[in-house]
Design a protein around this ligand. Structure first.
Ligand code: HQG
Length: 180
């Protein structure tokens, strides 16, 4: 994806995940907003204009599915810091999931487990490769945790799938985590 589209995608994430108020839009409880309203307000606020065609191009060319267009609305699929309810009901997870992080964070995580920190959920990856990518954002040689997801689900933890291979949980106690 070219530089310009990446920049627009980051701005879309910024408003749909964290600061809808910055451009004067309101998300519903699932994080959705009317697509045409978003486009109008986005273009009033930012210098580089966006259109439905450009948004669909970003969605096609991104490495990950960050947004979904649902009817006449658009939403970020994960990554919120504003409170939103997941659109999908909780689902039985695969046996294992993964989480990539920094050495500094791993020191806390082995004792405290995974906490959601600044976001609305803890993010788990469907496979090791994705976890490495997530971890590499902040550590060139990230620590990868394997999550005993099915065991955690048996213990009552709710897992919310997203279309992007990211699984969302409220928290993950240390006893279900193992460094691999
Ligand atoms: C860490 C990107 C200390 C956690 C990615 C992580 C992902 C703790 C950081 C998505 C902790 C939070 C989310 C504890 C967790 N003590 N540190 N007890 N528990 N942490 O960015 O999972 O490209 O909010 O390990 O690809 O890194 O934006 O979460 O390092 O899918 O679409 O606290 O964001 O997607 O960082 O990344 P984040 P994340 P996009």
């Amino acid at each position: 994806m070219d530089h310009q589209l990446t920049r627009l995608s980051k701005r879309l994430s910024f408003v749909l995940r964290h600061h809808p108020d910055k451009i004067g839009i309101k998300l519903d409880r699932y994080g959705r907003v009317d697509l045409q309203t978003l486009i109008t307000k986005f273009n009033q606020h930012f210098g580089t204009p966006i259109s439905e065609k450009i948004i669909r191009k970003i969605m096609r060319e991104s490495d990950k599915q960050r947004y979904a267009i649902e009817g006449n609305t658009i939403l970020a699929l994960y990554g919120h810091s504003v409170p939103v309810q997941p659109l999908t009901p909780p689902t039985e997870p695969p046996e294992k999931l993964y989480h990539g992080t920094t050495h500094a964070a791993a020191k806390f995580i082995v004792d405290e487990g995974l906490k959601k920190m600044d976001r609305d959920f803890v993010h788990l990856s469907a496979n090791q490769k994705m976890a490495v990518q997530v971890g590499k954002r902040r550590d060139p040689n990230p620590v990868i945790f394997e999550v005993a997801a099915q065991k955690a689900a048996d213990a009552g933890i709710l897992f919310y799938p997203t279309e992007s291979g990211v699984w969302l949980v409220d928290a993950m106690p240390a006893k279900f985590l193992k460094i691999i």
